[in-house]
Write a protein that binds this ligand. Structure first.
Ligand code: XMP
Length: 317
């Protein structure tokens, strides 16, 4: 029978044996998976672990500062890197979802490579890959059979010359949370909704710009804060907002408007492999919709996504 304590003991022993006195570098995302993986590795090898947290300009509002702060309290050794502009440059003009993932993944590897080259004697790369990431990225019949290429899975370009260590790659999300709680990681991190590595980049349909990111950050912040304030956050497995590449006509005072549409999505799931849309209360949806339209410049319409996975996916891209 699987228990988190047995897993943790075995995993720490395994990591110690594998890594020895080598150094490990690891990219953190602020999410549950990378935070739990880092804490586990930290338990095994202490300060031989060096973490990098990149601001890719596609994070939630205030997320970079808040997450860096949490990590400080956890005793992790974290280097924060502001690479926003590099990612915006890499994404300029790209509209295809998989091309965006690739651009984001490549920019991340470049930043990460730059940072890890500044460190001496690093032999390993730690990753927070979990089991569903592994299966969704396995391509049986070549690239066309891949559902979505999760950019944070496995293989790295040869030039990095690091061996990969992925202590969570046999676990499902609920097991990762159990392990995290047993490691006494704060609930603020453990209870977080999953958030994709490519971040808001795959929630802005069409091309990504700094301005669109700003708009979506405000929308997302109103929605997520609303869920928390109304005691709904923990009822939902994952929630977020999509900025759509269409405009619609509206009216504000006696003025005609022609502005953007956002879609809100909230799903229930166990592991992200399948998901159902959540029946959020109409009053709540009405309030959030009003708040968004009144407070966020450039948005005049809010819709709610009522599709389940399958046949839809959780993210729109
Ligand atoms: P989908 O959209 O495939 O999402 O139903 C399932 C879960 O995976 C997350 N997701 C990603 N995570 N890199 C990630 O790290 C990605 O490219 C990616 N695409 C989707 C999604 O947020 C959901 O939790």
């Amino acid at each position: 029978d699987w228990t988190s304590d047995v897993f943790i003991d075995a995993s720490i022993a395994d990591l110690k044996a594998k890594i020895g006195s080598d150094k490990v570098v690891m990219g953190l995302s602020g999410g549950v998976d990378s935070s739990v993986a880092a804490t586990l590795i930290h338990r095994a090898i202490g300060d031989q672990l060096i973490c990098v947290f990149v601001d890719n300009g596609l994070l939630r509002k205030n997320e970079f500062e808040e997450v860096l702060d949490s990590y400080k309290h956890m005793g992790l050794n974290v280097i924060g890197v502001d690479a926003k502009q590099k990612f915006y440059d890499a994404l300029a003009g790209i509209t295809d979802p998989e091309a965006k993932r690739k651009a984001i993944g490549n920019a991340f590897i470049e930043v990460f490579d730059e940072e890890s080259n500044k460190l001496e004697g690093v032999k390993w790369l730690g990753q927070g890959t979990i089991y569903p990431d592994v299966i969704e990225s396995i391509s049986v019949k070549g690239p066309s059979a891949t559902i979505k290429s999760h950019h944070n899975v496995g293989g790295l370009p040869d030039f990095m010359k690091l061996s990969v260590v992925e202590p969570l790659n046999t676990l499902f999300k609920d097991e990762v949370r159990e392990v995290g709680r047993a490691l006494e990681i704060v609930e603020k991190i453990i209870g977080r909704h999953p958030f994709p590595g490519p971040g808001l980049g795959i929630r802005i349909l069409g091309d990504v710009t700094a301005e669109k990111v700003k708009t979506l950050q405000e929308v997302d912040h109103i929605f997520i804060k609303g869920l928390k304030d109304h005691g709904l956050y923990d009822e939902v497995w994952q929630a977020g907002a999509m900025l759509l590449p269409i405009q619609s006509v509206g009216v504000m005072g006696d003025e005609r408007t022609y502005e953007k549409v956002v879609a809100l999505r909230a799903v229930g799931s166990v592991d992200g492999m399948t998901a159902d849309w959540i029946h959020l209360p109409y009053e709540f949806l009405g309030k959030i919709s009003n708040d968004i339209i009144n407070k966020v410049k450039g948005v005049n319409r809010v819709v709610y996504d009522i599709s389940s996975k399958p046949p839809a996916t959780i993210e729109w891209e």
